[in-house]
Design a protein. Structure first.
Length: 165
């Protein structure tokens, strides 16, 4: 069960990264070490790198909170399916009866929660790589462009979700 604790810690760090994005640099470097045991050796201070990290980490943090919101909506809608369903159960998954549709939607709503946890933990790992790359001395350089791509994907996801019929 150690892997589950690690997964939960990284998921928590993904959510914690949004408020950390506006904190001072020493705080941003200290939290990964305390929460995850990941040391970030600081690079010489640069205003540009600090601002870039704040922006990119904030955007990825917003994406993490968006994933939490969508996961909770999916779980609640699945569990409470009879309250949110329309009257046409013929075309519903698990239909044509209300009981069948309810069971299928509830199972799917709850079964997808581990996938959301894995996605959040992945974003937490990504946040650590981002801070190592931008504020750390020996981190990879790929997280900054990847964060821009994630921001674009998140914007498209929000747009698609808001425009659904």
């Amino acid at each position: 069960m150690s892997w589950l604790r690690t997964l939960i810690r990284y998921a928590a760090y993904a959510l914690w990264a949004l408020p950390l994005a506006i904190r001072r640099i020493p705080t941003r470097l200290r939290v990964p070490r305390r929460m995850l045991g990941e040391s970030v050796l600081p690079r010489k201070f640069s205003v540009a790198r600090s601002v870039l990290h704040s922006l990119l980490s904030g955007v990825v943090g917003v994406l993490a909170w968006l994933l939490v919101f969508l996961g909770v909506v999916a779980a609640v809608r699945g569990i409470c399916y009879p309250l949110v369903a329309n009257d046409n159960l013929e075309d519903s998954w698990g239909g044509p009866t209300l009981a069948g549709a309810w069971v299928v939607h509830a199972v799917l709503g709850v079964a997808v929660l581990p996938v959301w946890l894995l996605a959040l933990a992945g974003l937490g790992v990504f946040q650590v790589r981002l801070i190592c790359g931008l504020l750390g001395r020996n981190g990879p350089q790929w997280p900054a462009p990847a964060a821009v791509a994630l921001a674009a994907a998140a914007a498209l996801l929000v747009r698609a979700w808001l425009r659904q019929a």
